[in-house]
Write a protein of this length. Structure first.
Length: 159
């Protein structure tokens, strides 16, 4: 009898869980920034909590614009002050959740923030790398975003 009741309620339970998930876990939004130096090298970071190399970036805080978040993350994670910020594309990041999106920005120019960047609890290494010599463990998504920007490809819809 209880099994029959649970079987009948299952569709309603799924609907309720889906509804609650939308309320409890709203859409999330992040940014990444592609920076090239005067030699065309790409700026990458290595986190303490993830394997591999990535473009600098992170979440957009409440009350913050995408552009402000991109510049803040670039400074916090890489010690760079970006200028000439341009939105390249917005992606659906299904790897994180079905409700996550990432905006990719490019900067025209940058300067070094003072005091100079030092390894910290979040970011272990930073560096500029030639396109043909990116670190072997650069994430696939990072490699694809770099190709889209540097080769003038149409951006993918998904991160």
């Amino acid at each position: 009898m209880i099994d029959d009741l649970l079987r009948r309620l299952k569709p309603f339970i799924r609907l309720a869980i889906g509804f609650l998930a939308r309320i409890i876990r709203p859409m999330t939004l992040g940014v990444r920034v592609l920076v090239r130096d005067e030699d065309g090298r790409i700026f990458l970071i290595r986190h303490s909590y993830l394997p591999g190399w990535y473009l600098p970036g992170g979440g957009v805080d409440a009350g913050e614009t995408l552009a402000t978040a991109a510049l803040r993350e670039l400074r916090e994670e890489g010690g760079l002050i970006g200028e000439g910020l341009k939105l390249f594309a917005i992606y659906h990041n299904v790897r994180t959740s079905s409700r996550d999106h990432v905006a990719l920005y490019c900067v025209d120019r940058f300067s070094i923030a003072m005091p100079a960047w030092q390894p910290n609890a979040e970011i272990r290494e930073i560096g500029f790398f030639p396109l043909d010599a990116l670190p072997a463990d650069t994430s696939d998504a990072t490699r694809q975003r770099i190709r889209e920007v540097t080769e003038g490809l149409v951006p993918a819809e998904k991160w």
